[in-house]
Write a protein that binds this ligand. Structure first.
Ligand code: GCU
Length: 686
């Protein structure tokens, strides 16, 4: 594919002549230090640099063997030609995966140095440098040093080997078809490039729900294929991980038990580890969903999650692998009549008592919220609840509950709220970002995991603008202090060019889209109200009488879940102060989370001055108008964007605008019928 949609953020638009001229002097002669031929990551760096420059500058840069002749030098900091140009103190600031981009004067001429401590740093430096050109920044006086905030910057694929993707909205898997690996790895390579360009370094290539065939990925049957894929990713600095089935010793090993304390079981996993590393020497490790939504786990054997995770960590430890253990553990067989169980409390209740018991090579992977990637949730209190355990933040890039890549819902602003959330676990400034990076409690491991939103659709993400979610995820995982505006501006310029009207319009569409989506869907933090199973479209009571623990409790008087200590489930006590009191208090609870924490009458007055029922009506009418405006805003760009991309986005926006009406009418009608309270403005409610 050569389409701009396929190229995504590796689209290197040819620069206007005056700009190219300003760059060309520093970019035309390149010296690549190190053994490029033998080091696949350095080779990728060089290829990327040449390809990007050639496309943007419109001329082939020249590779020279003599460092002295070159204007641009790239390589690791220990190469003499590079070291000679860089101040030692500056070089010392570059971490294992970090890099520097410096413009220096040497021998009377200006030179540009792209250097990392490792080859991976060089690759990241190259991508950063190309991004400067893509966004038309200056390069004549560069003094950039970047190190990743997070060691692990990971993508989780929920791909199944039959080719389907659980919660995938952009076609089928790029890895598998018909219970086998896809032979042609070129698309995986293109994907690895996209990942590396946003400095992601880890990938799990199969679904956390590990079915029959996938259970055998860690056996001889598939390991040679896994190794081929790992090799593709390796050249881009990305380590491969697999999701495992906790019952694999039974299902793939023929043992009678999967008890983590059983010597035979432990031996079986040790043998697997040995075999895996024979095929994939830099294998990353295992991702585990255990005792969750009917997946097997240590509970079956009366063991706890530390027993299970530690057993696997011990098996991988000799080879440097790690275990990422998910905290999405709750009772999915709850009786809706049972008002004492609160799903929101489950992760904290399960894992907090185990704090300090996990092996150093185990990371707990915690979803951003206590429920399941709703349009609005509070931040999971588990982030503030663990101080002696490695932690990782799990975000859902794929838009399961946020419009399934038919609706525009740019999630970076939501994620920013999560990473900037102060848990107060060690006093003020104990943000989620600092918790998961490991910095706050001085943990050896940590990072971000994002559930992929890509598939084999030509534009990767179905909705072209959903590419921004993947891009933004990578940027945030590298540097959580970036603002939504910075990330958005970058992505729009790289993807659509620099016309001020285009940049302004698309940036604002993206930045406002989450709030628009929230307006016409589940109100005030209550969540759900979707069709069961596939989770698309409105169904207020879809989960109200089910086993999943996701209720809103609406009746003729009011709505919301009482999670207070005083009269409810006691969930608010899982937070540190000041959050515990703030959420507990009806007066202080933020409007957007009110129904998550409190059950209130429809006439309850919000901080905004509106009653809850009027808020529901107003936001739903407004949300539909805003969705219609998105269409008009996009139409104002006709002719400024190539027809293919213009039309494909327009089509989705039109569908969103139509479907938003369905949401509005179902929700408004439901609450009008329940409450009997009319809209103050007399608008049409059915
Ligand atoms: C959600 C989602 C499932 C997924 C699960 C998980 O419940 O709907 O498809 O398997 O989360 O994160 O494990």
């Amino acid at each position: 594919y050569a389409s701009t949609a396929y190229q995504a953020w590796l689209r290197y638009e040819k620069l206007p002549a005056e700009l190219a001229e300003a760059y060309v002097q520093l970019c035309s002669k390149i010296y690549a230090a190190g053994n490029v031929a033998e080091d696949p990551v350095l080779r990728s760096a060089q290829e990327e640099l040449l390809e990007g420059l050639q496309a943007m500058l419109g001329q082939q840069p020249e590779l020279t063997d003599t460092a002295g002749d070159a204007a641009l030098l790239a390589g690791t900091l220990d190469e003499p030609e590079i070291a000679g140009l860089i101040d030692k103190d500056e070089a010392a600031k570059v971490d294992e995966e970090g890099y520097l981009l410096h413009t220096v004067i040497s021998g009377g001429s200006r030179k540009l140095v792209i250097a990392g401590t490792t080859s991976k740093g060089v690759l990241y430096g190259v991508f950063h440098f190309l991004r400067i050109l893509q966004t038309r920044g200056r390069i004549d006086n560069l003094s950039v040093i970047e190190n990743p905030a997070n060691k692990l910057r990971m993508i989780n694929h929920w791909d199944n080997m039959d080719g389907s993707i659980e919660r995938g909205y952009a076609g089928e898997s790029i890895f598998y078809r018909d219970h086998a690996f896809i032979e042609d790895l070129s698309r995986i390579r293109d994907y690895a490039r996209l990942m590396a360009a946003v400095q992601l370094n880890a990938v799990v290539i199969n679904n956390v729900n590990v079915h029959e065939t996938e259970t055998k990925l860690i056996t001889k049957e598939f390991l040679p294929q896994v190794a081929r894929v790992a090799e593709v990713f390796r050249a881009y600095g990305i380590r491969l991980y697999l999701s495992i089935n906790f019952a694999a010793p039974i299902q793939a090993g023929g043992l009678e038990t999967a008890d983590p304390l059983d010597p035979q079981v432990r031996r079986w996993w040790q043998d697997r580890a040995k075999e895996i590393y024979e095929h994939v020497p830099d294998f990353g490790g295992f991702l585990v969903k255990a005792d969750s939504e009917h997946r097997p786990g240590p509970f079956t054997y009366g063991r706890d999650h530390a027993d299970g995770a530690n057993m696997l960590a011990e098996a991988l430890e000799p080879y440097g692998g790690i275990v990422i253990w998910r905290c999405f553990v709750y009772n999915c067989m709850q009786d809706w009549r049972d008002r004492s169980t609160d799903r929101a409390k489950a992760a904290y209740d399960h894992f907090r008592p185990l704090d300090g018991r996990f092996h150093e090579r185990v990371i707990l992977q915690i979803k951003n919220g206590p429920m399941d990637f709703q349009v609005r949730e509070p931040v999971s209190p588990l982030f503030g609840g663990l101080t002696r355990t490695n932690q990782m933040l799990e975000l859902q890039i794929t838009q399961e509950y946020t419009g399934q890549q038919i609706h525009l819902c740019y999630l970076v602003p939501q994620w920013k709220e999560v990473v900037d959330f102060d848990t107060y676990a060690a006093g003020e400034g104990s943000t989620v970002a600092r918790t998961v990076s490991g910095e706050l409690f001085n943990r050896p491991l940590g990072g971000f995991a994002g559930v992929a939103n890509i598939g084999n659709d030509e534009n990767w993400t179905g909705h072209l603008l959903a590419q921004a979610n993947f891009y933004g995820y990578g940027r945030l995982a590298w540097k959580p202090t970036l603002t939504s505006e910075e990330i958005t501006d970058e992505w729009v310029r790289i993807t659509f060019g620099h016309d001020p009207q285009v940049v302004e319009t698309i940036s604002r569409m993206l930045l406002e889209s989450w709030s628009i989506y929230e307006n016409y869907t589940a109100p005030l933090g209550v969540g759900w109200m979707v069709n069961p199973g596939h989770h698309y479209g409105p169904n207020v009571d879809g989960y109200e009488y089910s086993r999943w623990g996701t209720y809103h409790f609406a009746d003729c008087h009011g709505i919301g879940v009482d999670r207070t200590v005083k009269t409810g489930t006691g969930y608010t006590a899982q937070y540190h102060e000041p959050h515990a009191s703030r959420y507990e208090s009806l007066e202080e609870c933020p409007d957007e989370l009110l129904l998550f924490f409190h059950h209130v009458p429809y006439t309850h007055v919000l901080h905004s001055g509106k009653t809850v029922i009027q808020h529901i009506y107003d936001t739903h009418f407004e949300g539909v108008e805003q969705a219609a405006e998105l269409v008009e805003r996009w139409r104002s760009l006709e002719g400024k964007i190539d027809a293919e991309r213009y039309e494909s986005v327009l089509e989705r926006l039109l569908e969103q605008a139509e479907h938003a009406k369905e949401w509005r009418d179902v929700i408004n009608t439901y609450f009008y019928r329940k409450s009997g309270i009319a809209d103050q403005h007399g608008r049409k409610i059915y």
